[in-house]
Design a protein around this ligand. Sequence first.
Ligand code: FNR
Length: 354
Amino acid sequence: MTTILNKLHSVPQDVQTATDYLPYAQPRVSNAVWQYLEAGAGKGRTMQANTAAFDAIKLTSRPLTDVRGGNTKFEIFGQVYEHPILLAPIAYQRLFHTDGEQASAMAAIAQSGQMVVSSLASQTLEEIIEAANQPLWFQLYWQGDRPRTLRLLKRAITAGYSTVVFTVDAPVKQAVMALPAGISAVNLEPPSPNSLNMHQSKVFDGWMSHAPNWDDLAWLRDQTSLPLTIKGVMHIADAEKIIQLGCDGLVVSNHGGRVLDGVPSSLEVLPSFVERFSSQTKIIFDSGIQSGQDAYKTLALGADAVMIGRPYVWGLASAGALGVAHVIRLMRDELEMTMALTGTKVLSKIRLSQ
Ligand code: FNR
């Protein structure tokens, strides 16, 4: 059995960018947890495409531009943040550090940003928001039927969550690692029993009978006046319908390549969404961002904001809240540096060739 190293209590001096956390994070969790974090679906083609897509995009340097007073401020749903780097919903964060979701939430707020707390959080929605001491965003998974989904949504609203991110791209649960004792989705009701006979399909009659459909989304829209953003949209026609139903934002995402292997990278599809919908709705980009320069490229292609997933968990697994805060700060510094070198003072002016 390999030894699991103790968590760090300070930021390692040689970490210059988020990926530098990898050799610190991996030996601080079990092999099973590392595999759960890092794996992509299938052969990992989409996961690889997500990061590779950034390499093909070239930037233009514009020296001598006066960028004094520049900033990365970003406004969404009536709130202004100092930067557009949101923490994506990640399940069961106590797998990575005993401080769990509370650590990530505190780090996001300390860095004047925002976190999306997963339906599958391993700490209660109330204790996470108490640690953050600020409204957070809530990621909703469909709970099999409307009454159960509504109870979870109402609990989040009562706890003070300010925006709902409804994830629609992962209705079929792939094998999740066996969770260690003491770590579970503490905010969920026990699953309802679902017995299939031998002629029924595990997928169509089992999992998919608990998945949401378009009618459910229309219903959900009517259940809350909070901003409702739909995560996991990769098709223009779906986005069209989502906007028609009165939702407030789209998260262009393939779930970090963890669900349907073979779909394109999120970056490849982003421009078509921007072209069609940027004047009508907020477009948040997710999947594959590992640096502030990646964030810059995404914003240059027209996204309003970005979500990061695995990279902040590398910080969490290494050094808890300190590590998460450091990852966010590094990415923001890299974004600012890229803006400065391309002669851009504000996010709205970011373009690929200035
Ligand atoms: C996720 N993701 C995810 N998404 C979601 O809506 N609810 C969830 O509970 C989870 N849980 C989860 C666990 C783990 C370990 C990972 C890696 C991812 C997907 C996540 O929000 C995001 O879409 C991807 O992580 C983005 O890709 P990158 O940034 O990891 O490349």
